[in-house]
Design a protein around this ligand. Structure first.
Ligand code: ZN
Length: 347
């Protein structure tokens, strides 16, 4: 007899197994990332054991989505979406792929972002398979959310749906909009010379210093004053810098990488923003979410969430409603490696 898929222990069991399969994003962390092939295979085998039809889509070389489907009917199609990739394990002080449960918490890479959400989706699909719905329900367990969202882009290009729920961790709140982001790379050029030759050398790092200062001023004086009613202020920061070749050599080049978090109103660079359809029609409304939505669901709405999800891709693809944060599991704010397994928000 099959175990019930939605018990606490059975969902935790799925989560433990997902954490045990490394799926570090290879673009984000080339030194350890292997792509999503192994975890997509695990997901497909797990779905097969529950009587759920599923398959893998190779969205780029060695990058895989796992897709599952229930129902073939003509009714509405609903998508549950989570990403399978994680950030790197650099700096972790615990075994990253050995899930450890302590009280109401689970520790391990991806437990929070977002194998917990993936486990919730897989368990929900297994439960629905016991009593299939009339329309269609897809599980889109996608690749590469942590870098360029190629998995979500591939899914929306190949499947049609009417609504999508993303189960990114949100502490049980609904998230109706989020910021976008833009990454930029700036290079300055100097003139290489021996460190004693002030008359010949020009430091590219010195040039970059002025740019870093100007960007900091722009962030503080301009961007922070541009405030969207739901997602808060725009911002940017200098995230990576590299330059120079030796302590006694004028630096010939310097490279700075900058991240800008954009608002829906940043029309020219608003890539990646997601605004719930009805929110976008009236972004300055005092009420942060549609009244009927709030009345029907006893969820808090997190109006100023600042993360970036696959929401923009799925919203753009379906053109319909999209909600986030409806997952059965909610988490903490402090990183990618800890998950709370109930809705209590104790310290
Ligand atoms: Zn995530």
């Amino acid at each position: 007899m099959r175990t019930k898929p939605l018990t606490r222990s059975s969902v935790l069991d799925v989560l433990r197994q997902l954490i045990a399969v490394p799926s570090v994003n290879p673009t984000l962390a080339p030194h350890e990332g292997q792509g999503e092939g192994n975890i997509a295979t695990f997901v497909n085998n797990w779905f097969a054991s529950k009587g759920v039809r599923s398959w893998s889509d190779e969205v780029a070389p060695k990058r895989f989505n796992a897709v599952a489907q229930l129902g073939e009917g003509q009714g509405a199609a609903l998508v549950f979406c989570a990403h399978l990739d994680t950030v790197s394990t650099d700096g972790m002080s615990i075994p990253p792929f050995e899930a450890r449960c302590e009280g109401n918490r689970v520790y391990g890479r991806g437990s929070y972002d977002m194998k917990g959400g993936a486990a919730a989706i897989m368990s929900a699909m297994a439960a629905l398979a016991l009593d299939p719905p009339r329309g269609k329900v897809f599980a889109a367990l996608v690749a590469d959310e942590e870098y360029a969202s190629i998995g979500a882009q591939h899914f929306v290009a190949h499947y049609k749906a009417d609504a999508c729920v993303l189960t990114e961790p949100s502490e049980g709140s609904l998230i109706l909009c989020h910021k976008g982001f833009v990454w930029a790379e700036i290079e300055t050029r100097g003139r290489a010379a021996h460190g004693s030759r002030w008359d010949l050398g020009v430091s590219a790092i010195g040039k970059m210093g002025k740019i870093v200062t100007a960007l900091e001023d722009f962030d503080r004086q301009q961007l922070r004053r541009r405030v969207h009613p739901q997602v808060g202020p725009a911002s940017q920061h200098s995230s990576l810098i590299a330059g120079g070749s030796g302590l006694s050599t004028y630096a010939e080049s310097c490279t700075l990488k900058v991240e800008r978090r954009t608002l829906p109103s940043d029309s020219r660079i608003a890539r990646g923003c997601f605004v719930h359809r009805r929110e976008s029609e009236n972004p300055s409304a005092a009420r942060p979410a549609p009244a009927d939505l709030l009345a029907r669901r006893k969820h808090r709405v997190m109006p100023a969430h600042c993360c970036h999800f696959d929401a923009r891709q799925t919203a753009a693809g379906s053109g319909r409603e999209l909600l986030d944060g409806c997952g059965a599991i909610c988490g903490s704010r402090d990183g990618h490696n800890r998950l709370w397994t109930d809705r209590r928000r104790s310290a």
